[in-house]
Ligand binder design. Sequence first.
Ligand SMILES: O=P(O)(O)OC[C@H]1O[C@H](O[C@H]2O[C@H](CO)[C@@H](O)[C@H](O)[C@H]2O)[C@H](O)[C@@H](O)[C@@H]1O
Length: 418
Amino acid sequence: MLGSFMGNSHFEDKFKELPGSKSTKTFFSLGFDAASLHALVVEVCAAPQLREVFNRTVTFLKPSILEKARYHAFVTLMIKRNLAKFNETMGFQISHSNKQKVKPFFRPKNDDNDGTINGSVKGIELSPPDVAGYDSWLVKHPSALNSFDSIMKEAKGKKVVVFLDYDGTLSPIVEDPNKAFMSAEMRAAVREVAKYFPTSIISGRSRDKVKQFVQLSNVYYAGSHGMDIMAPPRAVTSCDKKGNEGAFQPAKLFLPAIQEISVVLVDKIRGIQGARIEDNRFCISVHYRQVPPEDHEILKEKVKSLVENRPEFRLTEGKMVLEVRPSIDWNKGDALNYLLDTLGFSNAKDVLPLYIGDDRTDEDAFKVIAARREGFPIIVSSTPKDTIAWYSLRDPPEVLAFLLRLAKWRKSEIPFFK
Ligand SMILES: O=P(O)(O)OC[C@H]1O[C@H](O[C@H]2O[C@H](CO)[C@@H](O)[C@H](O)[C@H]2O)[C@H](O)[C@@H](O)[C@@H]1O
């Protein structure tokens, strides 16, 4: 690829004609965004003949100003999207012997679920579908897979503590919430990760339900968006006679009110076709994925009006779901802190929490990591979305690939496994 630029006087002339920021404007008008242009600069800086020209014209985009972790994502972006267009516009030939510098990543085969509704795409190449704005979003939230080496460089010698969301992260989003099964491969990957790192699953589901789906005994479970935590034994803070020994349940006093509002909710939404209520023990989900679009607003209004009159509850929104929760100041971020604490890491300086999640409620956990200024908040999304996560993974198959890589990395760190 570089060969097509080297010694091409047409190319150098173009740049000499365009002093200062004018040249970058030209690139932007060719359809480049800042990241792709940066990638191009990085690439071309490796060619001595062109380095000087580039240094003069696009200095503000020197590689040093951007995090190294993002570098690979930029280069990948450029290769995938813009180089062909650039060459075409500048009149350059691309020789067939030019090889991609960044190895493309392929989706692992996943026989059960693959992160798409109804599992329609299986084992296909991870080249991104052309979702508007995804590539530029990826610049701000680079792929945790492409940035894996940089992430692990930071993690070397530190204690990585893993937190995972369930729906949309470990299992695909499906129509029927009772069928959001996790694949056998994903289960094996989480089991493997949990062998090497303390691992917790923090879900909006009831703790029992998420445990039923995950079926692993070497992970900790937090259900009801962190309002029901089964922490390690040393953290026994409360117990009851119904088998909840050791569970931390900050919204316990709300249980009777939650059960009562649940009954009222069932009655309220009766008659709305496709609406369904899921009892998540300390919160209630009102699903509308199967409700005809014209009835979404009616359903939302009904639920809102019910909660508005009850100050002991608040409403949050997830993926085609409304969640009725007790009005306590406790979320997935608090659950993350609680678990870190009970795992004995609260005062440790060398702890890196890694949180992977796909939904709005996961942002609370991302916030906690961002405030610590250490750790890895990773959003799962195949479309651009507002998030404070630093890194991204496209879908559950990418989560699977990341977890496998994480376990492999740890194994390679342990001399016995080498
Ligand atoms: O925190 P999470 O583990 O991500 O749980 C959040 C909600 O996830 C589930 O609903 C979502 O997934 C369903 C199955 O794919 C899908 O049908 C639904 O539309 C999604 O919102 C779960 O059913 C909810 O109770 C959780 O609150």
